[in-house]
Design a protein around this ligand. Structure first.
Ligand code: FO1
Ligand code: CA
Ligand code: CA
Length: 315
């Protein structure tokens, strides 16, 4: 039966790779966050879609967490030579993706169609959808004012203290049509919420067209993998954001956040073995809690966590 994974960038892509290995290409459907997207040098940049694409195609730069392995930077160097501010780095080969995508969008293709083509051309073993074909853009509210997401993340290196987030365009945006159809399919085995940032990667997807309410009201099994292990985020600013928002920086803090904002959505919450002390407190939120090895270093770790989550959907 088909499975839907909700994913941001690095952490989500790792679990998606494990899911693709275990499920095969036909049954895995991935909804990608597009609220990190922006326009740069006239190009449409979709960081989370591309991280999933490149990771599942075996082309990603794993150390860096974005972009392609074996990249060269000649165009960026030439831009710098023209006096252009090269704060956001697009490699030569990554630029090919961006040129082609932007051209297709300009010719009237939807982001879904462009993404589907990239999936085919790169040999990605999954169905991958942008959460929406309409633009949604994260605005980070901070002690230094409102910042577009990439200004906050890349240019300011997540230094401003966050006070909240909003998603420009979300109210007008529609859930991607295949995702809307999938969540109404009786055959859907369930949803896996990947260990991605709850505020900037998962919230936009769940809030689009009240997607979370559709899932909850249809009683679709939902498994969440905690993005915080032993008080730290594996990658990215989730832990720093939680501290700045005065939340406990633990897997429990994230569970409380999901319970408060999406009541009745989460069936099972998967935490790392090292957080076993949190089981009782999380159970009180009305979720099943399961322990697993959630740090995915090797391919086998990704497959093992993927199998574990899929088994939970079967129960
Ligand atoms: N992240 C950086 O920290 N610096 C960059 O120069 C950078 C370039 C970049 C280019 C294409 C792309 O798809 C992603 C890129 N990222 C870069 C990562 C990205 O902006 C963020 O990691 C995500 O939006 C947060 O998940
Ligand atoms: Ca992201
Ligand atoms: Ca500050």
């Amino acid at each position: 039966a088909p499975v839907l994974a909700l994913s941001g960038g690095v952490g989500g892509a790792k679990l998606c790779l494990g899911l693709a290995d275990v499920l095969g290409p036909d049954l895995l459907h991935i909804a990608s966050n597009t609220a990190d997207d922006f326009e740069h040098l006239g190009l449409t940049v979709c960081p989370d879609i591309d991280t999933v694409l490149y990771t599942l195609a075996g082309l990603s730069n794993a150390e860096q967490g974005w972009g392609l392995a074996g990249e060269s930077w000649r165009v960026l160097g030439a831009l710098a030579g023209l006096g252009v501010d090269t704060w956001f780095k697009l490699g030569d080969r990554d630029l090919a993706t961006h040129l082609w995508r932007t051209g297709q969008l300009a010719a009237g293709a939807s982001l879904s169609a462009v993404t589907r083509d990239l999936v085919e051309r790169l040999g990605v073993p999954a169905h991958l959808y942008p959460m929406s074909d309409d633009p949604v853009r994260t605005i980070v509210h901070s002690d230094e004012g409102d910042l577009p997401f990439q200004e906050y993340f890349v240019r300011r290196q997540c230094q401003p203290a966050v006070t909240g987030f909003s998603f420009a365009g979300l109210q007008e945006a529609r859930l991607q049509p295949d995702l809307a159809a999938l969540c109404r399919q009786p055959a859907l085995a369930g949803v896996i919420i990947c260990p991605s940032n709850p505020f900037v990667s998962i919230d936009p997807i769940l809030q689009l067209d009240s997607f979370w309410k559709i899932l909850r009201d249809r009683a679709v099994p939902v498994v969440v993998v905690a993005p915080i292990v032993d008080g730290r985020a594996i990658k990215g600013p989730a832990a720093k954001m939680m501290a700045e928002l005065s939340m406990p920086v633990t897997a429990l803090g994230v569970a409380e956040y999901y319970a408060r904002h999406y009541p009745g959505l989460v069936g099972t919450y998967v935490i790392d073995h090292s957080d076993a002390n949190l089981v009782t407190a999380i159970s009180r939120l009305g979720m099943e809690v399961e322990l697993a090895a959630t740090i995915m270093r090797e391919r086998e770790d990704k497959q093992a966590l993927a199998s574990f989550c899929l088994e939970l959907l079967r129960q």
